[in-house]
Write a protein that binds this ligand. Structure first.
Ligand SMILES: *Cc1c(COP(=O)(O)O)cnc(C)c1O
Length: 216
């Protein structure tokens, strides 16, 4: 993936959205934006919505989830906003496919969305603290990473030209650390792996220490 910058992009993908909306309009396809991490952002960064792009409301839907914002991962509840035709079609499809999410989960999501949102600041503080811990530890080991502005993942390039899969295997076998090969997210992920900041700080420090030992 030579030439792709790891520099966080404060435009937050807006140019990508603009190009995707233009393509969807030209070719008449539906654009679905999976915005699961919309609220998991740092350092004053606000993630844009695809629906901000002029003309997007005709061709795009944006899908939100309670999963990351409210720690309801695996509860499988979210929402879709956007093109009226697409939302109508989705409702028809869902009505015929299933009979709705378990009521208690729906009530949980209503409480999450309508209740106080003061859990979010401490949650984001924890992810940011772990991000900083992990990024600075890897930079001490010779990487040159910039702290990502969103999500609870840190992507980093492999070492010594290793493939994503080989480097993930190496970290698993030599350090006992699980990272996800970037290729799991498409061909452009080759050469990168993804680490998740969803474990406690002390475990993350332990992981970093083991990565250091494994690479020495
Ligand atoms: C977590 C996540 C979701 C949402 O999953 P749920 O089924 O709502 O828990 C959607 N997209 C991505 C990329 C995610 O990481």
């Amino acid at each position: 993936m030579a030439g792709v910058s790891l520099e966080p992009d404060r435009r937050g993908g807006r140019p990508v959205f603009e190009a995707a909306v233009a393509l969807a309009r030209d070719h008449g396809f539906l654009l679905a934006h999976d915005a699961a991490y919309s609220e998991i952002t740092f350092d004053g960064f606000v993630a844009p919505s695809v629906l901000e792009i002029p003309g997007a409301r005709d061709v795009a839907v944006e899908i939100g989830s309670a999963s990351k914002t409210y720690n309801m991962t695996g509860w499988r509840i979210g929402w879709a906003v956007g093109s009226a035709d697409a939302i109508k079609a989705l409702a028809t499809l869902k009505t015929n496919l299933d009979s709705g999410i378990f009521n208690a989960v729906q009530r949980g999501a209503i409480a999450a969305l309508t209740g106080p949102q003061d859990h979010l600041a401490p949650l984001l503080d924890a992810y940011r603290r772990r991000r900083d811990l992990f990024v600075s530890a890897l930079n001490d080991l010779g990487w040159d990473l910039k702290a990502p502005l969103g999500s609870f993942y840190v992507w980093f390039p492999t070492r010594g030209g290793a493939s994503s899969a080989d480097f993930a295997d190496l970290l698993l076998e030599r350090a006992g650390v699980v990272v996800t090969p970037g290729t799991g997210y498409g061909a452009n992920g080759e050469g990168y792996v993804r680490a998740s900041m969803t474990i406690a700080d002390d475990r993350l420090e332990e992981a970093v220490a083991r990565i250091r030992d494994a690479l020495e």
